[in-house]
Ligand binder design. Structure first.
Ligand SMILES: [Fe+2]
Length: 502
Protein backbone atom coordinates (compact mmCIF):
# COMPACT_ATOMS: atom_id res chain seq x y z
CA UNK A 1 0.00 0.00 0.00
CA UNK A 2 0.96 3.61 -0.35
CA UNK A 3 2.84 4.69 2.72
CA UNK A 4 1.56 8.27 2.84
CA UNK A 5 4.84 9.86 3.89
CA UNK A 6 4.40 13.50 2.85
CA UNK A 7 7.55 14.59 4.66
CA UNK A 8 9.79 11.88 3.26
CA UNK A 9 10.93 8.49 4.52
CA UNK A 10 10.51 8.07 8.25
CA UNK A 11 10.40 5.40 10.92
CA UNK A 12 7.98 7.51 12.93
CA UNK A 13 4.59 5.75 13.02
CA UNK A 14 2.77 9.08 13.33
CA UNK A 15 4.12 10.51 10.09
CA UNK A 16 2.96 7.69 7.82
CA UNK A 17 -0.01 5.51 6.85
CA UNK A 18 -3.28 7.15 7.92
CA UNK A 19 -1.62 9.05 10.76
CA UNK A 20 0.18 11.15 8.15
CA UNK A 21 -1.27 14.62 7.65
CA UNK A 22 -3.52 15.90 4.90
CA UNK A 23 -1.90 19.22 4.12
CA UNK A 24 -4.45 20.71 1.73
CA UNK A 25 -7.59 22.47 2.94
CA UNK A 26 -10.48 21.45 0.69
CA UNK A 27 -14.22 21.41 0.25
CA UNK A 28 -16.22 18.68 -1.52
CA UNK A 29 -19.89 19.27 -2.24
CA UNK A 30 -22.67 16.77 -2.93
CA UNK A 31 -20.65 13.72 -1.93
CA UNK A 32 -21.51 10.30 -3.26
CA UNK A 33 -23.90 8.51 -0.91
CA UNK A 34 -24.80 4.82 -0.74
CA UNK A 35 -28.15 4.31 0.96
CA UNK A 36 -30.12 7.31 2.15
CA UNK A 37 -29.10 10.07 4.53
CA UNK A 38 -31.76 10.16 7.28
CA UNK A 39 -33.89 13.29 6.91
CA UNK A 40 -33.49 13.94 10.65
CA UNK A 41 -29.80 14.78 10.10
CA UNK A 42 -30.68 17.78 7.93
CA UNK A 43 -29.47 20.97 9.57
CA UNK A 44 -26.81 19.18 11.62
CA UNK A 45 -23.05 18.93 11.16
CA UNK A 46 -20.46 16.41 12.26
CA UNK A 47 -17.38 18.24 13.40
CA UNK A 48 -14.14 16.56 14.48
CA UNK A 49 -10.52 17.45 15.20
CA UNK A 50 -7.21 15.65 15.21
CA UNK A 51 -3.48 16.24 14.98
CA UNK A 52 -2.17 17.06 11.54
CA UNK A 53 1.27 18.72 11.21
CA UNK A 54 1.15 21.40 8.54
CA UNK A 55 4.92 21.61 8.04
CA UNK A 56 7.63 18.98 8.15
CA UNK A 57 8.35 18.57 11.88
CA UNK A 58 11.72 19.92 12.97
CA UNK A 59 12.47 16.58 14.63
CA UNK A 60 11.06 13.73 12.53
CA UNK A 61 12.25 11.08 14.96
CA UNK A 62 10.69 12.48 18.11
CA UNK A 63 7.58 14.02 16.59
CA UNK A 64 4.67 12.80 18.75
CA UNK A 65 1.08 12.12 17.59
CA UNK A 66 -0.18 14.75 20.06
CA UNK A 67 2.01 17.49 18.48
CA UNK A 68 0.17 17.94 15.16
CA UNK A 69 -1.72 21.14 14.31
CA UNK A 70 -5.46 20.82 14.93
CA UNK A 71 -7.30 20.02 11.70
CA UNK A 72 -11.08 20.37 11.75
CA UNK A 73 -13.00 17.95 9.54
CA UNK A 74 -16.65 18.91 9.08
CA UNK A 75 -19.54 17.16 7.36
CA UNK A 76 -22.63 19.30 6.71
CA UNK A 77 -26.02 17.65 6.21
CA UNK A 78 -27.95 19.96 3.92
CA UNK A 79 -31.26 18.87 2.38
CA UNK A 80 -30.27 15.27 1.91
CA UNK A 81 -26.83 16.15 0.59
CA UNK A 82 -23.49 16.03 2.33
CA UNK A 83 -20.74 18.62 2.10
CA UNK A 84 -17.25 18.07 3.53
CA UNK A 85 -14.73 20.71 4.47
CA UNK A 86 -11.42 20.73 6.34
CA UNK A 87 -9.56 23.69 7.84
CA UNK A 88 -6.66 24.07 10.24
CA UNK A 89 -7.34 25.72 13.56
CA UNK A 90 -5.32 28.91 13.30
CA UNK A 91 -3.63 28.76 16.68
CA UNK A 92 -0.83 31.06 17.76
CA UNK A 93 1.69 28.43 16.58
CA UNK A 94 -0.09 27.93 13.26
CA UNK A 95 -0.05 31.67 12.53
CA UNK A 96 3.64 32.13 13.39
CA UNK A 97 4.62 29.11 11.29
CA UNK A 98 2.35 30.22 8.46
CA UNK A 99 4.23 33.52 8.36
CA UNK A 100 7.59 31.76 8.43
CA UNK A 101 6.43 29.09 5.92
CA UNK A 102 8.14 26.37 7.98
CA UNK A 103 7.91 24.63 11.35
CA UNK A 104 9.43 26.77 14.08
CA UNK A 105 8.58 24.79 17.20
CA UNK A 106 9.34 21.37 18.63
CA UNK A 107 6.69 19.25 20.32
CA UNK A 108 6.14 17.54 23.67
CA UNK A 109 9.15 15.23 23.18
CA UNK A 110 11.21 17.55 21.00
CA UNK A 111 11.08 20.97 22.65
CA UNK A 112 14.82 21.31 22.12
CA UNK A 113 14.36 21.39 18.34
CA UNK A 114 12.56 24.78 18.43
CA UNK A 115 14.49 27.15 16.15
CA UNK A 116 16.05 30.42 17.24
CA UNK A 117 13.48 32.12 15.03
CA UNK A 118 10.78 30.26 16.98
CA UNK A 119 12.14 31.35 20.37
CA UNK A 120 12.36 34.94 19.12
CA UNK A 121 8.79 34.75 17.85
CA UNK A 122 7.57 34.00 21.37
CA UNK A 123 9.80 36.70 22.86
CA UNK A 124 12.48 34.52 24.42
CA UNK A 125 15.51 36.83 24.43
CA UNK A 126 19.13 35.79 24.88
CA UNK A 127 19.16 35.76 28.69
CA UNK A 128 15.82 33.99 28.98
CA UNK A 129 17.04 31.31 26.54
CA UNK A 130 20.33 30.92 28.44
CA UNK A 131 18.36 30.54 31.66
CA UNK A 132 16.04 27.96 30.08
CA UNK A 133 19.03 26.04 28.65
CA UNK A 134 20.81 26.01 32.01
CA UNK A 135 17.70 24.97 33.90
CA UNK A 136 17.01 22.17 31.40
CA UNK A 137 20.60 20.85 31.41
CA UNK A 138 20.73 20.86 35.21
CA UNK A 139 17.37 19.07 35.43
CA UNK A 140 15.39 21.87 37.08
CA UNK A 141 13.19 22.50 34.07
CA UNK A 142 11.61 25.77 32.93
CA UNK A 143 10.28 28.40 35.29
CA UNK A 144 6.50 28.60 35.58
CA UNK A 145 6.45 31.66 33.34
CA UNK A 146 8.69 30.00 30.72
CA UNK A 147 6.49 26.89 30.77
CA UNK A 148 3.34 28.99 30.27
CA UNK A 149 4.81 30.51 27.08
CA UNK A 150 5.82 27.06 25.84
CA UNK A 151 2.40 25.54 26.64
CA UNK A 152 0.67 28.36 24.79
CA UNK A 153 2.63 27.42 21.67
CA UNK A 154 2.21 23.65 22.08
CA UNK A 155 -1.60 24.10 22.32
CA UNK A 156 -2.74 22.84 18.91
CA UNK A 157 -6.52 22.60 19.52
CA UNK A 158 -6.26 19.06 18.15
CA UNK A 159 -8.17 16.94 20.70
CA UNK A 160 -11.89 17.72 20.80
CA UNK A 161 -14.40 20.11 19.30
CA UNK A 162 -17.80 20.72 20.79
CA UNK A 163 -20.59 23.22 21.14
CA UNK A 164 -21.10 25.22 24.34
CA UNK A 165 -24.16 27.51 24.17
CA UNK A 166 -23.75 29.27 20.81
CA UNK A 167 -20.01 28.69 20.50
CA UNK A 168 -18.03 25.97 18.74
CA UNK A 169 -14.81 25.36 20.65
CA UNK A 170 -11.73 23.34 19.69
CA UNK A 171 -9.79 22.02 22.67
CA UNK A 172 -6.33 20.76 23.43
CA UNK A 173 -5.62 20.00 27.08
CA UNK A 174 -2.43 21.91 27.60
CA UNK A 175 -3.95 25.31 26.77
CA UNK A 176 -7.23 27.17 26.33
CA UNK A 177 -9.80 26.44 23.61
CA UNK A 178 -10.08 28.24 20.28
CA UNK A 179 -13.45 29.40 19.03
CA UNK A 180 -14.38 28.57 15.45
CA UNK A 181 -17.43 29.43 13.38
CA UNK A 182 -19.81 27.08 11.54
CA UNK A 183 -17.67 27.28 8.41
CA UNK A 184 -14.79 26.17 10.65
CA UNK A 185 -12.79 29.38 10.39
CA UNK A 186 -10.89 30.33 13.52
CA UNK A 187 -12.27 33.25 15.53
CA UNK A 188 -9.68 33.22 18.31
CA UNK A 189 -8.82 32.01 21.78
CA UNK A 190 -11.71 31.63 24.21
CA UNK A 191 -11.11 31.98 27.95
CA UNK A 192 -14.68 32.39 29.27
CA UNK A 193 -14.39 36.14 29.84
CA UNK A 194 -11.06 35.71 31.54
CA UNK A 195 -12.44 33.25 34.12
CA UNK A 196 -10.36 30.32 32.88
CA UNK A 197 -7.17 30.82 34.90
CA UNK A 198 -5.12 28.09 33.24
CA UNK A 199 -5.61 25.34 30.68
CA UNK A 200 -8.84 23.42 30.14
CA UNK A 201 -8.90 19.71 29.49
CA UNK A 202 -10.51 18.61 26.21
CA UNK A 203 -13.46 16.86 27.89
CA UNK A 204 -15.52 19.50 29.69
CA UNK A 205 -18.96 18.13 30.60
CA UNK A 206 -22.34 19.81 30.33
CA UNK A 207 -25.06 18.56 32.66
CA UNK A 208 -28.25 18.45 30.57
CA UNK A 209 -30.45 18.58 33.70
CA UNK A 210 -28.70 21.19 35.85
CA UNK A 211 -27.84 24.11 33.62
CA UNK A 212 -24.19 23.64 34.34
CA UNK A 213 -20.92 23.12 32.47
CA UNK A 214 -17.92 21.76 34.36
CA UNK A 215 -14.32 21.74 33.28
CA UNK A 216 -10.91 21.17 34.82
CA UNK A 217 -7.31 21.98 34.15
CA UNK A 218 -4.17 20.14 35.13
CA UNK A 219 -0.77 21.74 35.57
CA UNK A 220 2.86 20.87 36.15
CA UNK A 221 2.86 23.32 39.08
CA UNK A 222 0.45 24.26 41.88
CA UNK A 223 -2.49 24.27 41.75
CA UNK A 224 -2.02 20.91 40.04
CA UNK A 225 -5.78 20.52 39.45
CA UNK A 226 -8.22 23.37 38.81
CA UNK A 227 -11.99 22.88 38.96
CA UNK A 228 -14.57 25.19 37.37
CA UNK A 229 -18.36 25.25 37.31
CA UNK A 230 -19.95 27.51 34.71
CA UNK A 231 -23.49 28.40 33.72
CA UNK A 232 -24.15 27.27 30.14
CA UNK A 233 -23.64 30.82 28.86
CA UNK A 234 -20.16 30.88 30.31
CA UNK A 235 -20.62 32.69 33.66
CA UNK A 236 -18.40 31.34 36.42
CA UNK A 237 -20.29 29.77 39.35
CA UNK A 238 -17.31 28.27 41.16
CA UNK A 239 -13.55 28.04 40.90
CA UNK A 240 -11.72 25.63 43.16
CA UNK A 241 -8.03 24.67 43.17
CA UNK A 242 -7.87 20.96 44.08
CA UNK A 243 -5.01 20.00 46.38
CA UNK A 244 -3.10 16.90 45.22
CA UNK A 245 0.48 16.01 46.17
CA UNK A 246 1.98 16.34 42.67
CA UNK A 247 1.00 17.01 39.07
CA UNK A 248 -0.31 14.29 36.77
CA UNK A 249 -2.08 14.17 33.44
CA UNK A 250 -5.85 13.97 33.84
CA UNK A 251 -7.56 13.64 30.47
CA UNK A 252 -11.18 13.49 31.66
CA UNK A 253 -13.24 13.27 34.87
CA UNK A 254 -16.51 11.70 35.96
CA UNK A 255 -19.65 13.74 36.66
CA UNK A 256 -22.82 12.42 38.33
CA UNK A 257 -25.83 14.36 39.59
CA UNK A 258 -24.04 15.35 42.81
CA UNK A 259 -20.39 14.31 42.51
CA UNK A 260 -17.20 14.76 40.53
CA UNK A 261 -14.64 11.98 40.23
CA UNK A 262 -11.01 13.05 39.74
CA UNK A 263 -8.37 10.66 38.38
CA UNK A 264 -5.00 11.05 40.10
CA UNK A 265 -3.17 8.33 38.19
CA UNK A 266 0.61 8.05 38.01
CA UNK A 267 1.41 9.76 34.68
CA UNK A 268 3.52 12.27 36.58
CA UNK A 269 3.73 15.76 35.10
CA UNK A 270 6.55 17.76 36.62
CA UNK A 271 8.15 21.02 35.48
CA UNK A 272 11.58 19.43 35.74
CA UNK A 273 10.75 16.95 32.97
CA UNK A 274 9.49 19.58 30.50
CA UNK A 275 11.95 19.83 27.63
CA UNK A 276 13.04 16.19 27.98
CA UNK A 277 12.00 13.22 25.84
CA UNK A 278 9.64 12.14 28.63
CA UNK A 279 7.51 15.06 29.82
CA UNK A 280 5.01 12.61 31.36
CA UNK A 281 6.50 9.77 33.44
CA UNK A 282 4.68 6.59 34.39
CA UNK A 283 5.51 6.08 38.07
CA UNK A 284 3.16 3.40 39.45
CA UNK A 285 5.08 3.32 42.72
CA UNK A 286 3.47 6.67 43.52
CA UNK A 287 0.03 5.05 43.72
CA UNK A 288 -3.22 5.37 41.78
CA UNK A 289 -6.19 7.12 43.33
CA UNK A 290 -9.58 8.51 42.51
CA UNK A 291 -11.09 11.48 44.33
CA UNK A 292 -14.78 12.12 44.89
CA UNK A 293 -15.95 15.66 45.60
CA UNK A 294 -19.49 17.07 45.86
CA UNK A 295 -20.02 19.15 42.72
CA UNK A 296 -20.38 22.31 44.79
CA UNK A 297 -17.85 21.16 47.39
CA UNK A 298 -14.31 22.27 48.12
CA UNK A 299 -10.96 20.59 47.79
CA UNK A 300 -11.06 19.67 51.50
CA UNK A 301 -14.39 17.86 50.98
CA UNK A 302 -12.72 15.47 48.53
CA UNK A 303 -12.48 11.83 49.59
CA UNK A 304 -9.55 9.97 48.04
CA UNK A 305 -9.59 6.24 47.36
CA UNK A 306 -6.47 4.20 46.57
CA UNK A 307 -7.11 1.74 43.74
CA UNK A 308 -4.96 -0.82 41.89
CA UNK A 309 -2.57 0.67 39.33
CA UNK A 310 -4.34 1.69 36.12
CA UNK A 311 -4.81 4.44 33.59
CA UNK A 312 -8.06 5.93 32.23
CA UNK A 313 -8.42 8.45 29.41
CA UNK A 314 -12.21 8.23 28.97
CA UNK A 315 -15.40 7.28 30.77
CA UNK A 316 -18.87 6.75 29.34
CA UNK A 317 -20.89 8.37 32.15
CA UNK A 318 -21.19 8.38 35.94
CA UNK A 319 -24.37 7.96 37.99
CA UNK A 320 -25.51 7.34 41.56
CA UNK A 321 -27.41 4.27 42.79
CA UNK A 322 -27.92 3.87 46.56
CA UNK A 323 -24.51 4.02 48.21
CA UNK A 324 -22.77 3.52 44.89
CA UNK A 325 -21.15 5.73 42.30
CA UNK A 326 -21.17 3.79 39.03
CA UNK A 327 -19.01 4.59 36.02
CA UNK A 328 -17.93 2.66 32.92
CA UNK A 329 -14.36 3.36 31.89
CA UNK A 330 -11.86 2.27 29.22
CA UNK A 331 -9.10 1.01 31.52
CA UNK A 332 -5.42 0.48 30.67
CA UNK A 333 -2.84 -1.27 32.83
CA UNK A 334 -0.49 1.62 32.18
CA UNK A 335 -0.62 4.80 30.12
CA UNK A 336 -0.27 4.22 26.38
CA UNK A 337 1.46 6.60 23.94
CA UNK A 338 3.43 8.44 26.59
CA UNK A 339 5.16 5.69 28.55
CA UNK A 340 8.35 6.10 26.57
CA UNK A 341 12.05 5.55 26.98
CA UNK A 342 14.45 8.38 26.29
CA UNK A 343 15.86 7.01 23.07
CA UNK A 344 13.00 5.31 21.27
CA UNK A 345 11.12 7.27 18.65
CA UNK A 346 7.38 7.50 19.16
CA UNK A 347 6.17 3.88 19.02
CA UNK A 348 3.04 3.03 17.09
CA UNK A 349 -0.16 2.88 19.09
CA UNK A 350 -0.34 -0.81 18.15
CA UNK A 351 2.56 -1.68 20.45
CA UNK A 352 1.06 0.07 23.42
CA UNK A 353 -1.11 -1.48 26.12
CA UNK A 354 -4.77 -1.67 25.17
CA UNK A 355 -7.84 -0.64 27.16
CA UNK A 356 -10.67 -2.92 28.20
CA UNK A 357 -14.17 -1.80 29.10
CA UNK A 358 -14.93 -2.12 32.82
CA UNK A 359 -17.70 -1.03 35.15
CA UNK A 360 -16.56 0.56 38.41
CA UNK A 361 -18.91 0.51 41.38
CA UNK A 362 -17.53 2.65 44.17
CA UNK A 363 -19.27 2.11 47.50
CA UNK A 364 -19.18 5.54 49.10
CA UNK A 365 -19.96 4.06 52.55
CA UNK A 366 -17.20 1.46 52.66
CA UNK A 367 -14.79 3.01 50.16
CA UNK A 368 -14.57 -0.33 48.35
CA UNK A 369 -14.27 -0.33 44.56
CA UNK A 370 -15.85 -3.26 42.72
CA UNK A 371 -14.87 -3.88 39.12
CA UNK A 372 -16.72 -5.86 36.48
CA UNK A 373 -15.31 -6.49 32.99
CA UNK A 374 -17.76 -5.64 30.20
CA UNK A 375 -15.47 -6.72 27.39
CA UNK A 376 -11.82 -7.67 27.30
CA UNK A 377 -11.39 -6.82 23.61
CA UNK A 378 -9.32 -3.67 23.01
CA UNK A 379 -11.70 -0.69 23.25
CA UNK A 380 -11.74 3.09 23.33
CA UNK A 381 -13.96 6.17 23.10
CA UNK A 382 -16.86 5.18 25.37
CA UNK A 383 -19.74 7.64 25.17
CA UNK A 384 -23.54 7.80 25.26
CA UNK A 385 -26.66 9.75 24.40
CA UNK A 386 -25.49 12.90 26.17
CA UNK A 387 -29.03 14.16 26.77
CA UNK A 388 -29.01 11.62 29.64
CA UNK A 389 -25.53 12.27 31.05
CA UNK A 390 -25.42 11.75 34.87
CA UNK A 391 -28.48 9.41 34.79
CA UNK A 392 -28.26 5.60 34.74
CA UNK A 393 -27.73 4.99 31.03
CA UNK A 394 -29.42 2.15 29.22
CA UNK A 395 -27.42 2.64 26.01
CA UNK A 396 -23.69 3.16 25.61
CA UNK A 397 -21.32 3.19 22.66
CA UNK A 398 -17.66 2.47 22.07
CA UNK A 399 -15.35 1.08 19.42
CA UNK A 400 -13.29 -2.06 19.69
CA UNK A 401 -10.86 -4.23 17.78
CA UNK A 402 -12.46 -7.52 16.84
CA UNK A 403 -10.72 -10.49 15.21
CA UNK A 404 -7.86 -8.42 13.98
CA UNK A 405 -4.64 -6.71 14.82
CA UNK A 406 -3.69 -3.10 15.06
CA UNK A 407 -0.73 -3.40 12.76
CA UNK A 408 -1.84 -0.67 10.42
CA UNK A 409 -4.65 1.11 12.15
CA UNK A 410 -6.98 1.56 15.03
CA UNK A 411 -10.32 -0.10 15.88
CA UNK A 412 -12.61 -1.91 13.40
CA UNK A 413 -15.92 -2.44 15.24
CA UNK A 414 -18.71 -0.14 16.44
CA UNK A 415 -20.48 -1.37 19.57
CA UNK A 416 -23.84 -0.40 21.03
CA UNK A 417 -24.11 -1.79 24.55
CA UNK A 418 -27.64 -2.29 25.90
CA UNK A 419 -27.12 -2.30 29.66
CA UNK A 420 -30.69 -3.41 30.38
CA UNK A 421 -30.49 -6.50 28.15
CA UNK A 422 -26.74 -6.85 28.91
CA UNK A 423 -26.24 -7.29 25.18
CA UNK A 424 -23.81 -5.90 22.64
CA UNK A 425 -25.16 -4.93 19.23
CA UNK A 426 -22.14 -4.44 16.99
CA UNK A 427 -20.82 -4.13 13.48
CA UNK A 428 -17.29 -4.99 12.31
CA UNK A 429 -16.09 -3.17 9.21
CA UNK A 430 -13.81 -6.09 8.39
CA UNK A 431 -10.19 -6.53 7.53
CA UNK A 432 -8.31 -3.44 6.36
CA UNK A 433 -10.96 -0.99 7.61
CA UNK A 434 -10.27 1.12 10.68
CA UNK A 435 -12.34 3.56 12.67
CA UNK A 436 -12.28 5.80 15.72
CA UNK A 437 -14.89 7.36 17.99
CA UNK A 438 -18.57 6.67 17.20
CA UNK A 439 -20.78 9.69 17.88
CA UNK A 440 -24.47 9.47 18.78
CA UNK A 441 -27.07 12.02 17.74
CA UNK A 442 -30.77 11.65 18.60
CA UNK A 443 -33.37 11.32 15.86
CA UNK A 444 -35.49 14.10 17.37
CA UNK A 445 -34.82 16.41 20.31
CA UNK A 446 -37.42 14.52 22.37
CA UNK A 447 -36.60 10.98 21.17
CA UNK A 448 -36.28 8.38 23.94
CA UNK A 449 -32.73 7.53 25.03
CA UNK A 450 -30.81 5.69 22.33
CA UNK A 451 -33.17 6.44 19.41
CA UNK A 452 -30.91 8.06 16.86
CA UNK A 453 -27.83 7.59 14.72
CA UNK A 454 -24.18 6.71 15.17
CA UNK A 455 -21.64 8.45 12.95
CA UNK A 456 -18.15 7.09 12.26
CA UNK A 457 -15.25 7.98 10.04
CA UNK A 458 -13.81 4.81 8.52
CA UNK A 459 -10.45 4.44 6.78
CA UNK A 460 -10.20 1.96 3.92
CA UNK A 461 -6.58 0.87 4.01
CA UNK A 462 -6.51 -0.73 0.54
CA UNK A 463 -8.18 2.16 -1.29
CA UNK A 464 -6.37 4.69 0.92
CA UNK A 465 -9.65 6.60 1.25
CA UNK A 466 -12.10 7.41 4.02
CA UNK A 467 -15.85 7.22 4.30
CA UNK A 468 -18.46 8.37 6.77
CA UNK A 469 -20.88 5.69 7.92
CA UNK A 470 -24.26 6.33 9.52
CA UNK A 471 -25.90 3.60 11.63
CA UNK A 472 -29.32 3.26 13.16
CA UNK A 473 -28.12 3.30 16.78
CA UNK A 474 -30.80 0.76 17.73
CA UNK A 475 -29.73 -1.71 15.07
CA UNK A 476 -25.99 -1.44 14.57
CA UNK A 477 -25.47 -5.05 13.50
CA UNK A 478 -27.58 -4.44 10.39
CA UNK A 479 -24.73 -2.30 9.03
CA UNK A 480 -24.67 1.33 7.90
CA UNK A 481 -27.95 2.78 6.64
CA UNK A 482 -25.92 5.32 4.68
CA UNK A 483 -22.29 5.57 3.63
CA UNK A 484 -20.77 8.83 2.42
CA UNK A 485 -17.72 8.33 0.19
CA UNK A 486 -14.87 10.82 0.27
CA UNK A 487 -12.53 11.27 -2.68
CA UNK A 488 -9.53 10.96 -0.37
CA UNK A 489 -8.59 9.80 3.11
CA UNK A 490 -9.07 11.70 6.37
CA UNK A 491 -6.21 11.26 8.84
CA UNK A 492 -6.93 9.43 12.12
CA UNK A 493 -8.34 11.95 14.56
CA UNK A 494 -9.52 12.03 18.18
CA UNK A 495 -12.91 13.51 19.05
CA UNK A 496 -15.80 15.59 17.88
CA UNK A 497 -19.53 16.26 18.09
CA UNK A 498 -22.71 16.26 16.07
CA UNK A 499 -24.21 19.71 16.44
CA UNK A 500 -27.07 21.75 15.03
CA UNK A 501 -26.06 24.37 12.52
CA UNK A 502 -28.58 27.00 13.70
FE1 LIG B 1 -10.06 12.16 24.78
Amino acid sequence: MEKNQPFGPTENAYLQDNYAPIIQEEEFKDLEVEGEIPAQLNGKMLIRTGPNPRFKPRDMKYYHWFDGDGMINAFYFEEGKVRYKNRFVQTKKWKLEDKANEALFGGIRSGMSTSLKGWRAIKFGFFNLMLLGLRTITGIGPTKSQYKSIAEIINAANTNVLRQADKLLAFDEIGQPYEINKEIETIGKHNYNGELRGPSIAHPLTDPFKNEMITMGYNAYEPYFQYYRFSPDGKLKQYEPIVVPYGVMMHAFGMSENYIMFYHMPAVFDLKNIGTRRPFRWMPERGTRIGVMPRNGTSSDTRWFDIPTCWVFHNMNMYEEGDYLITDVAKYERIPLLDLGTENPSPPFTLDPVAIMVRWKLNLKTGKLEEETLTDDPVEFPNMDERFLTKKQRHGYYVKLKDGNQKNGLWNTVVHRDFELEKDDMYCFGENYYTGEALFTPKFDDSPEGEGFLLNLVYDLKANKSKLTIFDAENVSRGPIATVQLPRRVEYDFHGSVVKMD
